[in-house]
Design a protein around this ligand. Structure first.
Ligand SMILES: Cc1ncc(COP(=O)(O)O)c(C=O)c1O
Ligand SMILES: NCCCCNCC[C@H](N)C(=O)O
Length: 365
């Protein structure tokens, strides 16, 4: 049994998402690229690559990781490329998507030998978080002015449009795609491919996959484009837990349990978006606030119910711990970094990465 804390990636749960992605690819004709910003734990890429078409990236490091560890089709995108990195980005990519017309022009020569695209911003999104809303006022994420885009159509063969965020509502997706068609329809029929980005929770329970496939296929046929999807969360949702152990219990008006992990260090996204973790089944008469071990006063995973009183040494599994966790983990307080463990399809567990004091030291100088 590995020492806690560790992220436990369960391949049988990952497989459920992979099979839905494969279904969508087959029935819609869309290609699916893993968004590495969400999940970049490359030890399961061999497994995932049987079900997906490749990766998309947000930086030089991610595009190189995608090329090296996942293979297949590799898309490069970044909010802005530096002169010093553009050649290496291009060397490692099949397509490059520029965020702005100025970057497209700046790197016109460097990128003349690679398929190029441009990010469009339809100025509508499904995000309820200002922080993650690509359509927020003054957004820097993509071009929105059709006249300006028309002027560079000879330099690109595709678009990327990412405006969904944790969107589990097919009707909302459908409506927003309609908005995109209204705004950019005249441009869409002039390109060969369109990536609709990530943020579409189509692998969730009860998502109307057949309607989704039909909508994607109709879009693809109407404009004569290859559609791409860039699932991050949808690829890995509910596949992983963060396994922790209780180190101490206190009563300060509420029952508190301190675990050998930290929301700040190991599930940072929850803190950023002011969400609580998930612990199942969350039933029983014993209510506890589950707290992290960093010195941050608000290092709290949330309040949950348990069937029994919690004792030091008890194990707790924090659910849904794959997306935006391992890619964001940090060494705050020097808290021990969770190992990464894979549960194989036969149920056996394999530790694929452990972090030591030397890793902490080498992350600083
Ligand atoms: C361009 C792009 N593609 C894909 C994604 C992945 O989104 P999600 O993990 O919500 O599916 C994001 C999220 O930031 C993104 O910005
Ligand atoms: N759970 C809170 C919202 C998370 C939003 N996802 C983060 C990134 C996202 N893909 C984006 O578009 O910014």
């Amino acid at each position: 049994m590995p020492h806690t804390p560790y992220y436990l990636i369960d391949k049988s749960k990952l497989l459920r998402n992979m099979e839905k992605i494969a279904y969508v690819r087959e029935h819609s004709g869309a290609k699916a690229l893993l968004a590495l910003k969400c999940f970049a734990t490359w030890s399961v890429f061999d497994f995932m690559s049987d079900y997906m078409d490749g990766t998309t990236s947000s930086s030089l490091h991610e595009v190189k990781l995608g090329r090296k560890k996942f293979g297949k089709e590799t898309h490069a995108y970044s909010v802005a490329y530096a002169d010093s990195e553009i050649d290496e980005v291009i060397e490692n990519a099949d397509k490059i998507i520029f965020n702005s017309i100025s970057q497209l022009n700046r790197f016109a020569d460097a990128a003349s030998g690679i398929v190029r695209g441009l990010r469009l911003n339809p100025q509508v999104s499904s995000s309820s978080f200002d922080l993650a809303d690509p359509a927020r006022p003054f957004s820097r994420l993509g071009e929105w002015d059709v006249t300006k885009v028309e002027a560079v159509m000879d330099r690109i063969s595709g678009f990327m449009i990412h405006n969904n965020c944790e969107n589990a509502d097919f009707d909302l997706f459908d409506k927003m795609l309609g908005d995109i068609e209204t705004k950019f329809g005249s441009l869409l029929s002039r390109v060969e491919w369109v990536s609709l980005g990530g943020g579409i929770h189509f692998t969730g329970d009860n998502y109307p996959l057949d309607k989704f496939c039909a909508r994607l296929r109709a879009f693809s046929q109407k404009y004569g484009v290859q559609v791409y999807l860039e699932p991050g969360e949808a690829s890995i949702t509910k596949s992983t837990t963060l396994e922790v152990t209780v180190l101490d219990t206190l009563f300060n008006g509420k029952n508190l349990a301190i675990v050998d992990s930290s929301i700040e260090a190991h599930m940072l996204d929850l803190l950023i978006y002011r969400e609580t973790a998930k612990i199942e089944p969350n039933t029983g008469d014993h209510a506890y606030m589950i707290c992290g071990k960093s010195c941050l006063a608000g290092d709290v995973f949330g309040e949950f119910n348990f069937e029994n009183e919690i004792r030091v040494g008890d194990r707790i599994s924090v659910q849904d711990a794959a997306g935006y966790t391992m890619v964001k983990k940090n060494w705050f307080n020097g808290v021990g970094m969770p190992s990464i463990v894979i549960k194989e399809l036969d149920g056996s567990e394999r530790v694929v990465r452990e972090f030591t004091f030397d890793d902490y030291v080498s992350s600083l100088s």
